[in-house]
Design a protein around this ligand. Structure first.
Ligand SMILES: Nc1ncnc2c1ncn2[C@@H]1O[C@H](COP(=O)(O)OP(=O)(O)OP(=O)(O)O)[C@@H](O)[C@H]1O
Length: 254
């Protein structure tokens, strides 16, 4: 089932054809099916963040169309878009974006509170996710009382709490050590395999990308190439490194 379609996405910052205009994306097209797990990689300045912002409705393309689960999100107005993002999308950020004044449990249920879900439903969902991600013991702690890896697992639980069609992650391992990175990538693997979630992440981290089923490489605002994982994760990691070496730019490897 088709989950996301990016159709010839162009993004120009500044006045079109003006002196300071920057073409961040020059016409990007690809499709994601339900259950896909993909990473977008590319050198600094290649357009990854711009693409993520447009796919997730944070920013509008200069031209082109983004369709998610049959909704043309690039043509929704502000209010429709806010509702769509809240109901259909889950987000995981590099710096976790947890609220310090709320406990782990309260952080996880924030999106359910906004959707006015019942207390029983919230309680059930929190325990379901906490058990899946092994954070039951810390549900009553505050973000500053738990480790980075636990904070990230809390953030993943929050992203999943409303059963989104699609999960976007921006450098999800960027602030984690290698042990926590492994745990978080195993969490993503788990939600794809067990919950049939669809995950798109943007990363510089080869290790994180090697957990995905596909990597799309972008360079200078265009799709340069893409590779599918066929064998072991280790083989895929080497293949990703080879592709990045061809692209040039910064690479993070643990
Ligand atoms: N708000 C903006 N206004 C003008 N130009 C921008 C803006 N945001 C990004 N750009 C430019 O668009 C291009 C793509 O930037 P983008 O941030 O999408 O790249 P990136 O691949 O995410 O880079 P990095 O890996 O360093 O985060 C760059 O040339 C950047 O300078």
């Amino acid at each position: 089932m088709l989950m996301l379609e990016a159709k010839n996405i162009v993004k120009v910052y500044g006045e079109l054809a003006g002196e300071g205009a920057t073409t961040a994306l020059g016409g990007v097209s690809f499709q994601l099916n339900k259950g896909d797990f993909i990473a977008i990689m590319g050198p600094s300045g290649s357009g990854k963040t711009t693409l993520l912002n447009i796919l997730s409705g944070l920013d509008k393309p200069t031209s082109g169309e983004v369709v998610i689960d049959r909704n043309i999100i690039s043509s929704l107005n502000g209010e429709q878009l806010a509702l769509f993002r809240r109901k259909q999308l889950g987000f995981v950020f590099q710096d976790f974006n947890l609220l310090d004044s709320l406990t782990v449990k309260e952080n996880i249920v924030v999106p359910m509170v906004l959707e006015k879900k019942s207390a029983t439903e919230m309680e059930e969902r929190v325990h379901e996710l906490a058990s899946l991600f092994d954070i039951e013991e810390i549900l009553n702690k505050y973000p500053y009382q738990i480790s980075g890896g636990q904070q990230q697992r809390t953030a993943v639980s929050r992203a999943l709490v409303n059963h989104p069609s699609l999960i976007f992650a921006d450098e999800p391992t960027g602030n984690l050590d290698s042990k926590s990175s492994t745990v978080i990538m195993e969490c993503f693997e788990k939600i794809v395999q067990e919950l049939s979630a669809t995950v798109l992440l943007v990363t510089h981290d080869v290790f994180a990308a090697s957990y995905c089923r596909k990597v799309i490489f972008i360079k200078d605002g265009l799709i340069h190439s893409s590779i599918d994982r066929k064998g072991s994760r280790k083989d895929f990691l080497n293949q990703i490194m080879d592709n990045l070496a061809i692209l040039g730019g910064r690479t993070d490897v643990f």
